[in-house]
Design a protein around this ligand. Structure first.
Ligand code: ZN
Length: 354
């Protein structure tokens, strides 16, 4: 998707929020640890970054999802953040070799280069950025090494995972060692969609974001909450990884439209109670960002399903101007208190939870 260069006038309210946010982190002079947020502005949990290195370039050239990776400079990010009243943005890079085992070395190198670059941005612009580290999945061994380095050395705020690798979604047993370790660390896992191997070019005249990204996100969610049938139940992966703080992009994709299928039994969908470790329990402990979900239909459905406390601000910058999200979110029928929760307070609770 091309970058939209259109600029928007900043409203008085947003301008004030931007000033307050920026001033707060400048004037306190507090030494913020990596990934911490200060100020009173918005917190953007879906903010892309990229560094053009030979490994990353090779990965993209051979990618099963040859999406253009758009690199904005740190200054462009900061300008966009200031314009939209965002104090802190969490950096994520949706880079994946899919199921191409031959790309293992490139993925390992690219993840390390991106993570070190991201950590440098965090430390060079204190309070403005946090890092969701890139994992060199689907290789488990490399990912375990990178998890240790990202958290223990780079002090990342979380890790990013793609919704799938080849034909494997996060609930697949092959990823158990990685998610067990993330569970042990009570990590934040930010999930970003791509187009799964099964579903590439099904409709060649349609952008993958239109249908597949949304289906892919809900399929990844299902892979975690699936607990079998009444006749053959089993423990869901979401229960096994009960300490992982999952954050899903794009309002959970097509999740709201699948509630009847995911939660219904014998044609009845009961949303009144969510017993511990039930499918609904997990849906209501996961978090969902606002990117591409800032319309009254999806926001109302999502709020009704998971509650306002689970919705966090995510812009999808630089693919979408942050200010567009701010303006669209304001049209979703949320109260000012609910907006404040979505734009900032829910993210603070999520980031500080352990
Ligand atoms: Zn994105």
């Amino acid at each position: 998707m091309p970058i939209i260069e259109r600029r928007h006038d900043t409203s008085r309210r947003d301008f004030c929020r931007a000033l307050i946010g920026t001033g707060a982190w400048l004037s306190t002079g507090r030494a913020l640890t990596l990934g911490q947020s200060s100020g009173t502005g918005r917190i953007d949990l879906h903010h892309h970054f990229y560094r053009d290195t030979p490994s990353a370039r090779k990965l993209i050239a051979n990618s099963p999802n040859p999406q253009p990776m758009i690199a904005g400079s740190p200054k462009q990010s900061l300008d966009a953040m200031d314009q939209a009243g965002v104090t802190t943005a969490y950096l994520t890079c949706p880079l994946s070799p899919g199921d191409n085992a031959a790309a293992r070395g490139d993925m390992r190198r690219a993840a390390r280069e991106l993570n070190e670059y991201g950590a440098r941005l965090v430390s060079d612009h204190k309070g403005r950025f946090g890092l969701f580290a890139v994992l060199p999945l689907p290789n488990v061994e490399d990912s375990l090494h990178e998890i240790e380095y990202a958290f223990d050395t780079l002090k990342a705020a979380g890790v990013g995972m793609m919704t799938s690798y080849g034909d494997r979604w996060p609930g697949d047993p092959v990823f158990e060692p990685v998610l067990d370790e993330l569970n042990r660390r009570r990590s934040l896992v930010y999930s970003h969609p791509l187009v799964a191997s099964c579903c590439r070019n099904l409709q060649p005249d349609t952008d993958p974001q239109t249908v597949e990204y949304n289906a892919e996100t809900s399929r990844a969610i299902w892979s975690l909450i699936n607990d079998g049938t009444p006749a053959a139940p089993f423990t869901s992966r979401a229960t096994r990884y009960g300490h992982v703080r999952f954050v899903w992009s794009h309002g959970g994709g097509s999740l709201p439209g699948l509630v009847g299928r995911f939660l219904g039994r014998a044609g009845v969908t009961d949303l009144s109670a969510a017993p511990p470790d039930s499918r609904l329990y997990h849906l209501r402990r996961f978090y969902y960002d606002t990117a591409s979900a800032t319309n009254p239909i999806q926001m109302t459905a999502l709020k009704s399903l998971v509650g306002i406390s689970q919705i966090v601000f995510g812009s999808d910058y630089p693919y979408v101007p942050i200010q567009n999200l701010v303006q669209a979110l304001a049209t979703c029928g949320l109260t000012s208190d609910e907006l404040d929760k979505v734009e900032r307070r829910n993210a603070l609770a999520l980031l500080q939870a352990r």
